[in-house]
Design a protein around this ligand. Sequence first.
Ligand SMILES: Cc1cc2nc3c(=O)[nH]c(=O)nc-3n(C[C@H](O)[C@H](O)[C@H](O)COP(=O)(O)OP(=O)(O)OC[C@H]3O[C@@H](n4cnc5c(N)ncnc54)[C@H](O)[C@@H]3O)c2cc1C
Length: 373
Amino acid sequence: MKISKANKVLVSGASIAGLSTAWWLNHIGYQVTVVELAAAPRISGAAVDLNEPSVAIAKQMGLYEKFRSYQLGVDRIEYKNSDDITEGVIVIPRNEENSAKEIEIERDKFVKVLLDELIGQVEFLFSDRIIALEENETGIDVRFNNGGQHKYDLIFGCDGSHSGTRNIWFGPEENYAHHLGAYFSISIIPKLLVPQRTMQTFSVPSKSVMLNAYNGKTDVIFIFMTEEELPYNYRDLTEQRQIIREQFKNEGWRTSELLDEISKSDSFYFDKFNQIKMPEWHKGRVVLVGDAAYCPSPASGQGGSLAMQGAAAVAGALHKYNGDYKPAFEAYERELRPFIEEVQLMAEQNMKTNFVLKTEDEIRERNTTAKLF
Ligand SMILES: Cc1cc2nc3c(=O)[nH]c(=O)nc-3n(C[C@H](O)[C@H](O)[C@H](O)COP(=O)(O)OP(=O)(O)OC[C@H]3O[C@@H](n4cnc5c(N)ncnc54)[C@H](O)[C@@H]3O)c2cc1C
């Protein structure tokens, strides 16, 4: 199968993995459709960190300068105790060379840059999703929730850690999800709760609250550990807010003020710290990219970067094998898997040594010996 605009491919999910994959597939010559469950690209959530390899990819895409123009940054990381005393501080010097190597950018800006590139080049189907797939010799038949039916050459499941494509084609999430024993929420409050470009962390055993202020806004992040998985409805934000309120009531520092802020705010994202580990990321004409295939969990700080790297790697392999998807999907996986496994291991360790600590002694030790790593 030579790559040409006669080859129709479907990307499921219009977030970091999906938009990046759509960009690359369009770039190498496919006719691309993107289907997204939400009515528009979802733009809430913490800023996206692009590491060195994904900055290199942004350069190849010709988007580096645009991303760079939205660059955020942190000057100080402060560790607080319950009396709001700063027990430890990391001062991060502003350095042109370092800030050019890695980019932190708000999610809405990332989405805007990619959408500006894709509108008119790629077809978008919002408020829809794949409900059935059937593969045959000549392609793969897709049935959509809105009643549509269409045949594609290839399907790219870029629909996140709770991927619908994975569920339909590879089996249920429980076969692949590894719970790291913690949950988190993030709300973006449209005012500064700490000075601009400052991060603050307050911890009690098994729980942390983090603040991160930039561009006149503050990310408010609550994290708590629990060995058991909590039963909750993925779509019920009221129930999820209540879980956070229960966990953090009476926990000291500024938690009651911050719980009030998130109760009033429309911005609320809740999920568990999960990793996705699959024996194979592809089967037949379907391949998974980003969190759908290999979610590293937020403890890695690299979910967005790995999504961009996966998109470039899968398209690069298709280009190299001239559209022959079988060797291309194998090469994609061979190239990326060792790095993904490294990041997933680092994230598991980071979870235990940095995000949430089990005892007061561990918290004091981290706070008072805070250093850049
Ligand atoms: C709204 C939002 C907020 C987030 N906030 C944070 C955060 O604060 N901190 C953090 O560490 N990580 C967060 N994440 C996860 C983080 O974005 C990912 O780890 C990383 O960016 C990898 O991106 P991805 O494109 O693989 O997955 P995601 O960014 O999760 O994107 C998946 C996309 O697929 C869509 N989708 C889901 N199911 C279907 C379906 N059946 N059919 C079609 N489309 C579907 C979703 O609406 C979404 O647009 C967030 C994700 C989202 C969607």
